[in-house]
Write a protein that binds this ligand. Sequence first.
Ligand code: PMP
Length: 363
Amino acid sequence: MKANRICNFNAGPAALPLAVLEEIQGSLLDYKGTGMSVMEMSHRSKEFDAIINDAISRTRRLLQLDERFHVIFVQGGASLQFSMIPMNLLADGRSADYVNTGTWAANAIKEARMLNKTVSVVASSEDRQFTYIPRDIAFNPDAVYVHLTSNNTIRGTQWAAFPETQGVPIVADMSSDIMSRPFDAGRFGLIYAGAQKNIGPAGVCMVIIRDDMLKRVPANLPAMLKYTTYTSKNSLYNTPPSFAIYTVQLVLKWLEETVGGLGRMEALNRQKAAVVYRGIDDSGGFYRGTAEPGSRSLMNLTFRLPSEELEKRFLEEALKAGLGGLKGHRSVGGCRASLYNAVPLEAVEALAGFMQAFARKNG
Ligand code: PMP
């Protein structure tokens, strides 16, 4: 039976590739002849070993990670990483640079300070409501790392290119744009991403960590809060969120085998974002993009209508037309279309068509 699915523009948890959901459905009762679901099997089984190892090798291939990098799966969302990063990497007496580009970056700064760590906020876009990505930043050459948020889910801004940090490793929250485009991972000391936007369901956070950063991990941390616990046990020290990891594995397989890798994914993501931004820019001012054009995100496209009343009507009529998840984050209001990897071009074209018709009727 064909399910009645909407065009899903949710910001996270968000759309998953239909083929992945169908594969999960097909193996839900009997995974590869085991007579059970992945949910029901031991995380120490050979089947689950194959799943987690495949997820890791696909991540390594997709991001072209060299042997210095470890791929681990941690619970607690991206938010736990805000604390684990300074706890593991930032020794007392040392400092780290942070760039404040909005709520999630600010939370990362707050959590590091909560631990009495020395944090230097080297740039911020708060002066213009986080509508842009700061440029020409003077980083501290003796910082342990530079923390940035590659894509700002709430404000709809994204780093088009990563800054030159004079050899200081970048630590990046890529929760809302991981695997959406290729980039040179070599300059990164740590990359983390809650899975629930671009690579899977909620419940697991992917962390990619470089060998030299692991050397900074102090011995006296609780096991579950220590990166080396995960790297030394292949994320199997305790029971991992196995079904979430299985879903991530299938999404990565889809990315490699169906989409054809991150270059192809980026081209498609650019095409999708262009369709909606063009609709915004050609609307004669009916729709107003909230991010400055040079900082616009390809993942979360944020925009306003002439009034809050029209925004409310826009969201209601969109939903009736089968277009869901377009409400902006509760902290900023307005509208937001999240065009993550799994959102197909056809859904984006349907949205652009709806936007045009709505503007004609109400403009
Ligand atoms: N960072 C970014 C960029 C996010 O978009 C989010 C969630 N929207 C978070 C961190 C927090 O993630 P989690 O809910 O997995 O803790």
